[in-house]
Design a protein around this ligand. Structure first.
Ligand code: ATP
Length: 269
């Protein structure tokens, strides 16, 4: 399923937080949204999972206006992992994952669960390596365990589009790689805000770099993650290397005085 974010502007409390952002994710693509703190990544993604309505612009799924759909129709197509889940559920992990099935139930949330739901939810927990947590109270889980359960809930929703706000938050390196590989191999269209540029480079087809609420650059990671742009947007010196196994561009960082930007783009591997 294709996602088109067209000319999205969001104003909150009298401030323009994101301005005229256009992002396209083709069916099955993994599109990363990167940028410094406060650059507007979460605000943009919130428009895509309908926590916010854009002040201007549209979000379309295969051409249909997402904000014109009813909530259940939208939730059958798109699942989200918000940056912060305010809810501290007093449920087991398995029950939290089962909430992902609600958009598929006829007759509302209190209708009987269709057969197959339990197996589907157990499978989603297994896919994120959290099958052993099924009976545990959600509140008792560690930050990384909670994150994996919430990803399982999004998978159990069987969406066509996944919107993930910092999905690797709280995860150790092994689970970061597992979750991003799972997302990559899912075949779903994915829009993910990521802070780790190296993970973004190795798992995304396209990157959109936000800076001050606008798109500063967009394209394949190899083209986008250039030292001059990274100096301008993040205020860091970046050295590019090639990952010896995956061949992805990877970055090594050190600090620079933001006033001494390189005049010329150094040769990139
Ligand atoms: N409801 C709001 N009212 C006023 N300002 C807001 C509101 N929500 C977000 N902002 C501001 O909008 C800007 C962008 O916030 P956003 O959370 O989208 O950034 P982000 O790129 O996701 O940041 P981070 O990397 O820190 O998660 C920030 O300066 C934030 O303070």
């Amino acid at each position: 399923m294709r996602v088109d974010i067209e000319g999205v502007t969001v104003e909150l409390a009298g401030s323009r937080i994101v301005e005229d952002i256009t992002v396209r994710a083709d069916a099955g693509q993994v599109v990363g949204v990167v940028g410094p703190n406060g650059s507007g990544k979460s605000t943009l993604l919130r428009c895509v999972y309908r926590a916010l309505r854009p002040t201007a612009g549209t979000v379309r799924l295969d051409g249909d206006d997402l904000h014109a759909m009813d909530a259940r129709a939208a939730a059958r197509r798109l699942a989200a992992l918000p940056q912060e889940s305010a809810a501290e559920f007093d449920f087991t992990a398995a029950e939290v994952v089962a909430m992902g099935r609600l958009p598929h139930h006829r007759g509302g949330p209190f209708a009987g669960r269709p057969s197959g739901d339990a197996a589907l939810c157990a499978d989603a927990l297994d896919r994120v390596g959290a099958g052993h947590l099924a009976g545990r109270g959600f509140r008792s889980l560690s930050g990384g365990e909670k994150q994996r359960v919430l990803i399982a809930r999004a998978l159990a929703q069987q969406p066509r589009v996944l919107v993930l706000d910092e999905p690797t938050n709280h995860l150790d390196i092994s689970h970061q790689l597992d979750v991003l590989s799972l997302v990559r191999d899912s075949g779903l269209t994915v829009l993910a805000a990521l802070h780790d540029l190296n993970l973004a480079a190795s798992h995304c087809d396209l990157l959109y770099v936000l800076d001050g609420g606008r798109v500063a650059a967009a394209g394949p990671p190899h083209d986008v993650l250039r030292p001059r742009l990274l100096a301008e947007v993040f205020g860091v010196r970046a050295h590019r290397v090639t990952h010896p196994v995956t061949g992805a561009v990877q970055l090594l960082f050190d600090r620079i005085d933001p006033t001494e930007l390189p005049d010329q783009e150094p040769a990139c591997p």
